[in-house]
Structures are given as structure tokens and as C-alpha cells.
Design a protein around this ligand. Structure first.
Ligand code: C2E
Ligand code: CA
Ligand code: CA
Length: 550
């Protein structure tokens, strides 16, 4: 089978380790080839479906055949493989220890069989010696399988076994070292080991402590509730706060905690603690407690994210349109295109909060954004042909704005759909406008496309920056409008925009009072449920027809 170069590197490492452990390879090249073959077998066994851990037995026996079977050699082999193999297999991390266990069994069995035939010629003291060697060997193997080589702490496998033996209410606190990758990079391998050992030392106490992956330590404790675990996490954080002397430097270590509290014994403790740790990091908190509800939401989001590319190909995404009204005469002057996901069957239509952020995370927002832009422009051209000269306003994600080809893509879409550039408005958020992207914005305005700053009045609302950007429209955020106390601020904002030659659209208008207020404040356009909800192109077409026939 075709193997990755990593495999060859691991073979080299294995051979060096074996040589250091006292094995004298007759012909190096032959020993290397033999190990390469074994490793390929091991990897294939790990990847096989269905997985059969017993495959390790044969490989263990082959090691005996190769005479790579002294206790130090086997100890070293198991440690090395336990550490490195997980990176060769995706999916179930428990496969590696399971396979290594059968490898050890195969190995010991083959040893014993060899010994039995040899034993016929052994004298009494040789037999005693052999038995001692074997006990020692088994002990080493057990240790290698259940401990982390760097810190000597129990490893993940050990933790799983330990959890299965615990009764009563226990909690698990998973600690992850913050910015570990950076640290490890700066420190170098030897110092990382020292650091991990020092951390292990600081965390050691009455609780079961294990190292369960690169930067992760797990503590198991009896608890009465999640609060106890939070306290324990705090204690750990404090224990690590005093600088760790390392190589003449004083390092400060911060940790984040993922906490799982009291549950039936199952296999998912660590997985759930890792999820909680990820939440804590995401929320920039020092800890998070696992909750089933949030995990379900996460899972649902993952499923959606996974479904999205195929859904885009299958044409399940579409634009809804919400009318933009001129406040002076209540004429529809345009529409805002809003993304929707219409899944097959009678499942509910999903709105942007369900998928836009996801699409931004996965990068799908680029093709999705382009698709929606294309659809909206096509629709705009159709309406125009039917005599409705509408402004088509389309939202741009910051990620799209970062694309160097954006302006060219837009030009291409306008060309293909036949919508005049002046009929297209692109909505960007203020933060984007601030973070560069100026060149792209300029290119877009050079095409004749209008730019609108969306959600003005929330977070970013810097009027000064507005004067530096080629912006045609400001869209006042719904929150801004709903807040009655801001009438004077609204009046000034609108006045200033007009002074800068910028048109103002009020968003989220839900009441006649809001409409009247904005009209009184000289706001140009309005959009909101009070005028009309976002609807499919067909519904809007009908609406335009009725409006005209009036
Ligand atoms: P937005 O750009 O501020 O769009 C206005 C949102 O407010 C829409 O929600 C609209 O349905 C809703 N809305 C309109 N009038 C009212 C009202 O009177 N009251 C209230 N409470 N809400 C009103 P929607 O469609 O769920 O879109 C949410 C956000 O998702 C949009 O906010 C926009 O930021 C983003 N989005 C929508 N479509 C796209 C897209 O194609 N691309 C990108 N990048 N983002 C999009
Ligand atoms: Ca918008
Ligand atoms: Ca908005």
C-alpha cells in the first residue's frame, strides 16, 4: 500500500530506539525493511473496517521471530507506538491501545511457546530466571500501556479503566494549558517534557490525575455537584500561577477547564470534557461545565455544516426579499436579499442565524455568497425587465470582502445577469470597513456598485470613518431605532449622514410610530415588518404588481 513519508520516519525512530535498547540488527537495511512491513501491517489493521484488535497478536509474534523481544525493546516499542500511532488513524482513539494490548499478548504467547520448547533443555535456575524475565516484561508492558512516558502519569487508557471502577458521584475536570502550541514551539522538545513534568508535579494531590493528550491533564474527584469541580479547577489554576522555573526562565502557565459532573458510567466522559473545554475557550472563560443541551445544539450545527455543501449544489439555498420603502411616498425602491435554506421534505425553512456563522467557519460562505449574489442579480434583472427598476441590496460577509477577486466576481455576475451596476447595493458591516478592505471597496464603487454600512448604531458607529469610505448608504440598526431615548442621537446621525452625502435607511421598523418618527427625522428609506416581511421572489413580484395597479 502507498504509505505516507511519516511512516518511514516512524520506522527510523523505531529502529533507533530498538538499537538503543540493546538490539543488534544484523543487517540494518533488512531490519528496517522488516519493521516497515510490520508497521504497515499495524496501520492497516488500525484502519480496517471492521476493526479487529486481535490482529495485534500476529504482529507481536512476528516481533519474537525477528528476535526484537528483550523487555527493554518491547517496552520501548509499545511506548513509541502508543504515542505515535494515533496520528496515523482517524476516528476511534481507543483502537491504538486495544491493538497494542493484543500485540503484547501475541508477543508474550510467542515468547512462552519458544520458552516451552527451550524449557525442555533448561535447568532449574534457568527456569527461575526465565520466569523472572517474563514477569518483569509483563510489568513493563503494563506500565508502558497505561502511563504517559513524559510525565509518568496515568494515560487516557488508564483513566478510562479508573473511571469504570469509581462508584459514587464523581466529576472530571479536564485542564488544558493555554497557548500550548506556541509554548511548545518556543521551548523545544526537552523543555516541554520538563514543563509537563513540573505541571504534573504541581497538580499532584489526593485526586486521580492523568495526562490525556498533548496539553491536557484530567482530574477525577468525588463531588457533591459541579461547584466542587469548579473549585478544584480554581485550585489547580492557582497552583500553577506561581512561576515555574525552567531553564533559567520563570514561566507562567494558565489553564482552562472543561468540567463534567456526575453521570452514569459511560465512555464519553473525556469527549464531553473536551467539548466543555472548547466551549470555555470559545467563550473566553476559565472554565465551562458540560451541558447536554448545548452539546445537542453543537451536534446539530455540525450536522448542518456537514450538509451544507451538498445542499448548495442541490439548490436548497435561496434568497428571500424584503422591500425597502421610500418614506416620503411609501414607494418600494428596492429589496434586501436575505438568505434562506429550504431543506427538502416539510422541514422548516432555516434563516441566516442557523447557518451564516457556520458557513463563515467552514469557508462555504464564499461560494454561498457568490451564489446568492448571482441569484439576487438575476432576479433584479428580471424585475427590471418587467418594469420595476429596483435597488437590489445584498449582504456581504467579511470573509467575502477579504477575497482579492471579489470586485472581478461582482463585475462578472453583473455582466452575466444583465443587472446594471447602479442597481446593486452591497451591505457591509462597520467593523469590516474599519479593518482595511478599502482597496476592494474602492474597486466596487469604481464599478458603479453602491455600498451600504449595515447595522449602524450597534457596536461600531464611527461617523468620522464614514467620511473616509466610499459609502452611499447607512442602514440604521433596529435596536437604535427601537430605543426611544435615542431620538436626538438619531436626528444628529441622520443630519450628519446627509451632510456627508450619504442616504439613510431605517431598519426593523415595526410600528407606525417608528415610521412617522423616522419620516419626521428626514430618514430616507425604511424597512421592517411594518412594511413587509422577507418573502420569496414570487410573493414580491405579486406585491409589486398590486402596488403598480393601484
Ligand atoms: P440584516 O442584514 O440586519 O438583515 C435584517 C434582518 O432583520 C433580517 O433577518 C430580517 O428578516 C430581519 N428583520 C427585518 N425587518 C424586521 C423587523 O421589523 N423586526 C425584526 N425583529 N426583524 C426584522 P434575517 O433574514 O434572519 O437575517 C439575519 C442576518 O443574517 C442579516 O441581518 C444579515 O446580517 C445576515 N444575512 C442574511 N442574508 C445574508 C447573506 O446572503 N449573506 C450574508 N453574509 N449575510 C446574510
Ligand atoms: Ca443587511
Ligand atoms: Ca442590518
Amino acid at each position: 500500500m502507498g504509505q505516507s513519508p511519516d511512516l518511514a520516519a516512524l520506522v527510523g525512530e523505531w529502529l533507533r530506539g530498538i538499537t538503543r535498547s540493546g538490539f543488534v540488527p544484523g543487517v540494518r537495511a533488512r531490519a528496517r525493511a522488516a519493521l516497515q512491513e510490520l508497521l504497515e501491517e499495524i496501520v492497516a489493521a488500525l484502519r480496517a473496517e471492521p476493526f479487529d484488535p486481535a490482529a495485534g497478536r500476529r504482529i507481536g509474534a512476528e516481533l519474537v521471530d525477528l528476535r526484537m523481544s528483550s523487555p527493554p525493546v518491547i517496552g520501548m516499542t509499545v511506548r513509541l507506538l502508543a504515542e505515535r500511532l494515533p496520528s496515523f488513524v482517524d476516528g476511534d482513539p481507543a483502537r491504538v491501545p486495544a491493538l497494542l494490548e493484543t500485540l503484547v499478548i501475541g508477543f508474550v504467547t510467542a515468547q512462552r511457546d519458544a520458552a516451552v520448547s527451550a524449557a525442555e533443555q533448561m535447568n532449574r535456575s534457568e527456569k527461575i530466571h526465565w520466569r523472572r524475565v517474563q514477569t518483569d516484561l509483563q510489568q513493563r508492558l503494563q506500565d508502558a500501556l497505561l502511563h504517559d512516558p513524559a510525565t509518568g502519569l496515568p494515560n487516557e487508557q488508564h483513566l478510562r479503566r479508573h473511571l469504570a471502577t469509581r462508584t459514587g458521584r464523581v466529576g472530571l475536570c479536564l485542564l488544558g494549558i493555554d497557548r500550548y502550541a506556541e509554548l511548545a514551539d518556543a521551548l523545544g522538545a526537552d523543555n516541554v517534557t520538563k514543563l509537563l513534568t513540573a505541571v504534573a508535579h504541581r497538580l499532584a494531590g489526593d485526586h486521580f490525575l492523568a495526562r490525556v493528550g498533548g496539553d491536557q491533564f484530567a482530574l477525577i474527584a468525588d463531588v457533591t455537584g459541579a461547584d466542587d469541580m469548579i473549585k478544584l479547577a480554581d485550585q489547580c489554576r492557582r497552583a500553577l500561577q506561581a512561576p515555574l522555573p525552567l531553564d533559567g526562565h520563570a514561566l507562567r502557565i494558565d489553564v482552562t477547564a472543561g468540567i463534567v459532573d456526575a453521570r452514569a458510567v459511560d465512555d464519553h466522559w473525556l469527549r464531553d470534557a473536551r467539548l466543555a473545554l472548547a466551549w470555555a475557550r470559545h467563550d473566553r472563560r476559565d472554565h465551562a461545565v458540560f451541558e447536554t443541551g448545548r452539546a445537542d445544539t453543537d451536534r446539530r450545527r455540525h450536522r448542518l455544516a456537514a450538509d451544507m455543501p451538498a445542499a448548495l449544489d442541490a439548490g436548497e439555498f435561496l434568497a428571500y426579499y424584503q422591500p425597502l420603502y421610500r418614506l416620503t411616498d411609501r414607494a418600494i425602491i428596492g429589496v434586501e436579499a436575505l438568505a434562506r435554506w429550504q431543506r427538502p421534505g416539510d422541514r422548516p425553512v432555516l434563516g441566516p442565524p442557523d447557518f451564516i456563522t457556520l458557513a463563515e467557519h467552514t469557508g462555504l460562505i464564499r461560494p454561498l455568497g457568490r451564489f446568492l449574489l448571482d441569484q439576487a442579480c438575476r432576479q433584479g434583472a428580471q424585475w427590471r425587465q418587467a418594469g420595476h427598476d429596483l435597488l437590489i441590496s445584498v449582504n456581504l460577509s467579511p470573509l467575502q470582502l477579504g477575497e482579492p477577486t471579489l470586485a472581478a466576481d461582482v463585475a462578472d455576475i453583473l455582466h452575466r445577469t444583465g443587472l446594471p451596476a447602479g442597481n446593486l447595493q452591497l451591505e457591509i458591516t462597520g467593523s469590516v470597513a474599519l479593518n482595511g478592505g478599502n482597496e476592494t471597496l474602492q474597486k466596487l464603487t469604481d464599478l458603479g456598485v453602491r455600498l451600504a454600512v449595515d447595522d449602524f448604531g450597534t457596536g461600531w458607529s464611527n461617523l468620522a470613518t464614514l467620511s473616509r469610505l466610499p459609502v452611499a448608504t447607512v442602514k440604521l440598526a433596529a435596536e437604535f431605532i427601537a430605543d426611544a431615548a435615542s431620538t436626538e442621537v438619531l436626528r444628529h446621525t441622520i443630519g450628519l449622514c446627509h451632510a456627508l452625502g450619504v442616504t439613510v435607511t431605517g431598519e426593523g421598523i415595526e410600528t407606525g410610530d417608528q415610521e412617522r418618527l423616522l419620516r419626521a427625522l428626514d430618514c430616507d428609506h425604511g424597512q421592517g415588518f411594518h412594511f413587509g416581511r422577507p418573502a420569496s421572489a414570487d410573493v414580491i413580484t405579486e406585491r409589486l404588481r398590486v402596488d403598480r395597479d393601484w
